[in-house]
Design a protein around this ligand. Structure first.
Ligand SMILES: [Cu+2]
Length: 365
């Protein structure tokens, strides 16, 4: 392995299982190998039949549970159906969009290039008539209350060239296996394999134990790479009638690595961007009820530090200013703002904070 290859590997090599293949992503551009493997994954028989059917009894590991049928979830009395139209698209994404490229924390210039072809979820109008706005990391925030049903229409609008099945898999809400949004080989249900050009409608219930903030992400055949390249978002479930905080933010901590981006450097990101001034600049005023929801979305453990503030982790137990979170875990920093000024927030894993996982928090008096 040459020096460049060694550096790239050190910057985040990882191994993916995609259908029957194992693909090592070690060098810039290796995502294309995974995409090719994903394009070779055949549509599972179960998915091909849409609802009903099931794997052949001769399928290794087949079980009667695979033939179960499920009731359609419906809202509880007083609840409602919250409908969303979301496309998975390939979209050019700049990790350091400020011009000039700059890290506001250190007042340092950041060298380019910093853009790559991300896969992201993008909100559309009803019937996928037109995009509402550009896709983003995270994708659309899906808000609901206990008793509601989230009805999420997902279309795979990836271009033919990067053609592969995707899904949307939620955390936190209740769903039956039909709406799990997971590729399971021979046991894949209809929502677990949305091929390019196809759509699927997920029905997810917000139950009393769903209250909180949760990630969603691709869980199709190429889910590791696709999640790491941007196919993720968040679900916010509130208790019935609960007011939303005066200031509410969702921050996703994750890395964008050379094998994924084709770029030569690794970036430690918040919401798809790296370095203060590019990552979200949060804002609040003294007296505001502030909620900052932080989600881990890569191979690493992170922690979340806000200068000048203390809070009880998830509202209980002892006070903290630096709680830890693991992959796909959510923690919430919630407090009544009392400390005006410019504050830094960041992951406190040193390699992450210096690699871009930092931002600014501005508090008005
Ligand atoms: Cu970190």
């Amino acid at each position: 392995m040459g020096r460049r290859g060694f550096l790239a590997a050190g910057a985040g090599a990882f191994l993916c299982t995609i259908g029957s293949e194992r693909v090592l992503l070690a060098r810039p551009g290796d995502a294309a190998k995974a995409d090719a493997a994903a394009a070779r994954v055949e549509r599972p028989a179960f998915a091909a039949q849409r609802r009903g059917g099931g794997p052949q009894p001769s399928t290794p590991g087949a079980d009667p549970v695979d033939a179960l049928r499920f009731e359609q979830p419906a809202p509880r009395p007083g609840g409602q159906v919250r409908e969303h139209w979301i496309e998975a698209v390939r979209q050019r994404w700049d990790i350091v969009p400020s011009r000039p490229r700059r890290d506001l924390w250190h007042g340092r210039a950041i060298p380019g290039p910093t853009a790559f072809d991300a896969f992201v979820y993008r909100r559309a109008t009803a019937g996928f008539a037109s995009p509402v706005r550009s896709g983003a990391m995270p994708g659309p925030i899906l808000e609901c209350e206990v008793g509601d049903v989230l009805k999420v229409h997902v279309r795979n609008s990836l271009p033919e060239k990067s053609g592969q099945a995707i899904t949307m898999h939620p955390h936190g809400v209740r769903y039956n296996p039909e709406y799990d949004g997971v590729y399971l080989g021979d046991f894949t249900r209809a929502g677990g394999f949305i091929a390019p050009g196809e759509e699927f409608t997920y029905l997810w219930e917000a139950t009393p134990d769903s209250v909180g903030v949760w990630p969603y992400h691709d869980h199709g055949p190429n889910h590791t790479l696709n999640t790491m390249r941007g196919l993720f978002g968040a679900i916010v479930v509130r208790a019935k009638g609960a007011p939303s905080p005066a200031r509410e933010y969702v921050l996703v901590l994750h890395s964008l690595l050379p094998p994924i981006t084709g770029l030569r450097r690794a970036y430690q990101c918040i919401n798809g961007h790296a370095y203060a001034g590019n990552t979200p600049t949060l804002r609040a005023g003294v007296g505001d009820d502030v909620a900052i929801h932080v989600i881990g979305m890569d191979n690493n453990f992170h922690d979340f530090h806000i200068h000048g503030h203390r809070w009880k982790k998830d509202g209980a137990g002892i006070f903290t200013d630096n709680p830890t979170l693991g992959p796909n875990e959510t923690i919430t920093a919630r407090f009544t703002e009392d400390n005006p000024g410019r504050w830094l927030y960041h992951c406190h894993v040193f390699a992450h904070q210096d690699g871009g996982m930092t931002g600014m928090y501005l508090v008005d008096p």
